[in-house]
Design a binder for this molecule. Sequence first.
Ligand code: UDX
Length: 433
Amino acid sequence: MNLTIIGAGYVGLVTGAVFSDFGNKVRIIEIDQEKIKKLKKGEVPFYEPGLKELVAKNTAKKNLQFTNSYQEAIPKSEIIFVCVGTPTKNLQGGKPDLSYLYEATKSIAENLKEPAIIVVKSTVPPGTNMKLAEWMKKFTKVDFNLASVPEFLKEGTALEDSFHPSRVVIGAENKLVIKKLLLLHKKIPGKRLICNSSSAQMIKYASNTFLPMKITFANSLAILCEKLGADIKEVTKGMGMDKRIGPLFLDAGLGYGGSCFPKDIAALVGLAENAGFDFKLMKAVQKTNEEMINHFVRKTEKLCQGSIKDKVIVVLGLAFKPGTSDMRESRSVSLIKELQKKGALIRACDPVAIPEAKKLLTNVEYFLDPYKALEGADVLMVGSGPYSWEEYKNLDFVKLKKIMKGKVVIDSWNIYNKDKLKKLGFTYEGIGR
Ligand code: UDX
């Protein structure tokens, strides 16, 4: 099929690469000329395992092309995916900004020559497709149908999540549209759910707010475990054995971050408020997540005899989670800023995110090699979690014992063997143990 994708961000680029790999002819429209230039040269503007190779392979086959021209791409398209950003400016609870979506759909409408299906992949409030249909009709007389196929990919495992998703949700009102979208997704395994477009959009918000709620529950429980002498790892393991609960997204740590969870919770809180409903549960999740940072700052102070002023603290992992260079809403950034406020001297390590981190942080010394960073340091602190980079998980603590000045380890995501470290003479604190 002839497909067009609007937006070469995470979702757009991955969607384009995956569908082109199935033999479809895919054009990606991106307004940023610099980005197009890089993509044409085979450079992917962010770190995502396997994506560069997949883009290069399908660009070489001419199944994947990049352009900034709606005029060139839209008239040839049977299905157009809209993958533009829908940021939430006020992260306490605000409406998502749909201006990119409206701009993109206007340009699509103005350039339609043949009937087409426009699939909204961006995360948008339920009911958006009805409004978009009215909006687009102002700019075209050509027939079109709107559908909603939300994206559930995780950064770092985006390709695996796209080639083998848990489910494909198709939200559409027209039977022929559903048939065509099912055909397009034929080579992708996983369950199918056909529903109306508003439900599809709500499924996305519901999933992206339920998961951080689950994480936040584990974080609160971890604090309680610390007070009552239980071990959060054992507790969540036991909880996760119940099929109704499941073991995933129960890892306690610094809290959730990233480009989706914080913005989608804020959007849901805002949408609820607009609809006259006070979503207290989600507000509590937001507040509790924020408070996790100070919990860790207090832990560090306690282990440093009450003050971290002039202490050299090494933060391992800067991106919002390991396996990505994405710094959006990274807990490490909030953590480092709080530690700096208390006078700590920060050294930071990350295998791929240092250039991005430099844009957000000041007065930080960066290292690729954790051993160099930890030489003469007072505190080792795990930043991004929950799974962490292999090189940080497998550090040689016998060596570290010799080179670190202080012997304090704050294991923010419980990735180390507490007993082993204590035996080696480290002062150790994890979370909830
Ligand atoms: C998320 C959703 O998982 C995905 O389905 C959606 O499409 C986009 O948003 P992503 O933001 O890439 O994906 O990251 P994810 O792996 O879900 O992690 C989000 C945050 O939760 C990270 O900050 C991570 O550290 C944190 N997390 C995750 C925990 O704190 N504990 C856990 O057990 C799991």
